[in-house]
Design a protein. Structure first.
Length: 317
């Protein structure tokens, strides 16, 4: 499958700390290099290669005003010399900070949309661009789709190679799970090589039923396209929604405390919307499920600009 080179890989795996007799490691996919990094860079390598092959001269995608996916899509398209149009939800008024500030650096065109009118606005935007003479290429929010899934199937292969070189056998992989594409790719990689590593997605928004359904559909689509045969993925999908709080971007005190602790112990910066919530969820999951004597890998999927966007929440009164 064709890709362009955007990410600095393999991303390093570093030891973090011991917790409940387990060894915790962090895979630094926040260091994929492009525009403060993140997991979306791996996916965009395939999407932009596909766009280039289709001779697209404009990239269109959708997200929130603080979307990591939109930040990295804008950065990647700008680097390739291609126009970017971001369709952004106007459910909340963004401050000129974090990812929203970075959109401006990459000189993107922003189209605002009500959350209940997204599909129609996407169609209208693509048609308008075509009428203006562009050949637009649409990427689903979060880099959802088989190309995104494949990117993290490849990332799983990378982890297997790294653990062999480091003489470590991981028992668990934890990560923040949003649209589910990253988790689907990891499960695809695990399934193809028949690995026994348990992959646990800590939800940042969706409830368990919906999250599992989307991941299962992504896996079915991916395996159908690449002609792999498997009956069911249900027993492979661990999608935990216990740490969402009141919903997407709900930040509660335990997340703030966890981010501070990780920063002080390791110098690694988590964000309060995705990785901070997932890291807190991982430690709690380990404790509640009495996991002992295991090697645990946390995939840091990026989101550094969000830390600055919510800076006031870290200020002690």
């Amino acid at each position: 499958m064709k890709k362009i080179n955007l990410a600095k890989t393999p991303t390093p795996i570093q030891f973090y700390n011991s917790f409940e007799s387990n060894n915790i490691y962090i895979k630094r996919d926040d260091l994929t290099d492009l525009a403060l990094g993140g997991n979306k860079v791996r996916k965009l390598e395939y999407f932009l290669a596909d766009a280039e092959e289709k001779k697209a001269d404009c990239i269109v995608t959708y997200g929130s005003p603080q979307s990591n996916h939109c930040r990295l899509t804008a950065a990647a398209a700008s680097r390739q010399g291609v126009k970017t149009v971001l369709i952004l939800s106007k459910s909340d008024k963004p401050e000129f900070n974090g990812n929203y500030f970075l959109f401006d650096l990459f000189d993107v065109e922003v189209v605002w949309v009500d959350t209940d009118n997204v599909p129609q606005k996407i169609e209208e935007t693509l048609l308008d661009l075509k009428n203006k003479g562009y050949n637009p290429y649409f990427i689903q929010g979060g880099g959802h789709g088989n190309l995104g899934t494949h990117a993290y199937k490849v990332a799983f292969d990378e982890i297997i190679e790294q653990q062999s070189k480091k003489d470590i056998e991981f028992d668990y992989i934890f990560h923040a799970s949003g649209t589910g594409t990253t988790q689907a790719g990891l499960i695809a990689g695990k399934t193809i090589v028949n690995s026994k590593i348990k992959i646990v997605g800590i939800s940042v928004a969706r409830n368990s039923n919906r999250g599992k359904e989307v991941i299962h559909e992504s896996l079915k689509e991916y395996f159908n396209e690449f002609h792999y045969s498997i009956d069911s993925f249900n027993d492979q999908i661990i999608f935990n929604d216990s740490y969402i709080g009141d919903g997407y971007a709900h930040i509660y005190p335990e997340i703030i405390d966890n981010i501070k602790t990780v920063a002080k112990k390791s110098g690694v910066l988590l964000d309060p919307v995705y990785t901070g919530k997932a890291f807190y969820g991982m430690l709690s999951y380990i404790d509640l499920n009495k996991i002992k004597d295991s090697n645990v890998l946390f995939i840091h999927t990026g989101g550094t600009p969000l830390l600055f966007n919510y800076a006031n929440m870290f200020k002690e009164e």
